[in-house]
Ligand binder design. Structure first.
Ligand code: NAX
Length: 328
């Protein structure tokens, strides 16, 4: 029997947490033969609801779920963590300036980064879901100097999955026939979903679509503004799809990408494709044996270049802002 993997989820009492925990406990995060211990990290106001969720987890009698710990102390929550899903964040409220938003989140992600640094297992893998996800990941990473920087990642898998779904709808293809789609840049309205290297049943997707106006005026804004459209329709932000994407992100990171395909992850840039080193930006990546590599050598046309640069510029500004606030 395998040693259980310790999985920490912050914001466990929130709506993404509720959609996420049951799938982790049933084996979808790491695999059908990997037992897990869950650590639920909440703020004091969230502890009671987290206890309720833990009662329901107990009631599922999941064969893979060994134990659940609930805490509001990051040092306890990240003790021995192998995987950390940082979901809890401070949302933007009406009239809040970007600086206020970044400093409120700095107050969450800086101490959590330090707690990860001091308490997590050596093989810790971190996924930041809470927005602004890329810059929150940068703040946590900067506070964890003893953890290799590449273990801090931000979620753009929901954007990736949304883009695949939109492309499938446009072309009538099956979702499973679409490969090599890329989200570049920030998980924000400036993100760039790129189909120029994507394949649909082995054929180039951009050539099949052959409609740059659709790309610029429909596809890209639909993917980038999908979160707002969900709020408009559902009266609440994406939760099950966000949880599903978090599961996909970690599952792919741990278990590898399929041959002939890649995925999108927000990761510390090594300078590839002209993205300034150190910022956490989304790239096309392949994964193998728990590590990822940026797909190299892709031709970037002018259409893509302008959009990648714009999103990266936003990330540079966010980095400079948190630097100015002393958060990194
Ligand atoms: P909820 O407001 O339902 O839940 C957030 C939970 O986090 C609450 O229970 C709160 O008590 C807890 N929390 C707050 N500060 C905490 C701290 N310091 N430590 C531990 N827990 C803390 O939000 P939910 O809908 O679950 O969304 C969570 C985050 O995901 C938000 O920041 C949201 O913007 C972000 N999203 C990111 C997406 C992505 O693709 N990267 C998509 C979905 C989602 O919008």
């Amino acid at each position: 029997t395998r040693t259980p993997v310790n999985v920490t989820v912050t914001g466990a009492a929130g709506q993404i947490g509720y959609a996420l925990l049951f799938r982790i406990a049933s084996g979808h995060l790491l695999g059908p033969d990997v037992p897990v211990n869950l650590r639920l990290l909440e703020i004091p106001q969230g502890l009671k609801a987290a206890e309720g969720t833990a009662m329901e987890l107990d009631d599922c009698a999941f064969p893979l779920l060994r134990n659940i710990e609930i805490t509001d102390d990051p040092d306890v929550g990240f003790a021995g963590a192998n995987v950390a899903l940082l979901v809890g964040a401070r949302p933007r409220t009406k009239g809040m300036e970007r600086g206020d938003l970044l400093s409120a989140n700095g107050g969450i992600f800086k101490p959590q980064g330090k707690a990860i640094n001091d308490n997590a297992a050596d093989d810790i893998k971190v996924l930041v879901v809470g927005n602004p996800a890329n810059t929150n990941a940068l703040i946590a990473q900067a506070a964890a100097p003893d953890v290799p920087a590449e273990r801090f990642t931000a979620m753009t898998r929901l954007d990736h999955n949304r883009a695949i779904s939109q492309l499938a709808a446009k072309t009538g293809a099956a979702v499973s026939d679409i490969k090599k789609l890329t989200i570049w840049g920030n998980h924000s309205a400036t993100q760039y979903p790129d189909i120029f290297h994507a394949e649909i049943a082995g054929k180039n997707a951009a050539e099949l679509v052959n409609d740059e106006a659709w790309l610029a005026d429909t596809f890209i804004p639909t993917v980038a503004k999908r979160g707002a459209a969900i709020i408009e329709a559902r009266g609440a932000s994406s939760a099950a799809s966000a949880a599903n994407a978090a599961i996909d992100h970690v599952h792919t990171w741990v278990n590898g990408t399929a041959a002939g395909d890649w995925t999108s992850m927000g990761i510390p840039s090594d300078g590839s494709y002209g993205v300034p080193e150190g910022i956490i930006s989304s790239f096309p990546v392949t994964t193998e044996n728990g590590t990822y590599k940026i797909v190299q050598g892709l031709d970037i046309n002018d259409f893509s270049r302008a959009r990648i640069d714009a999103s990266v510029q936003e990330l540079v500004e966010e980095r400079d802002a948190v630097r100015g606030l002393g958060l990194i």
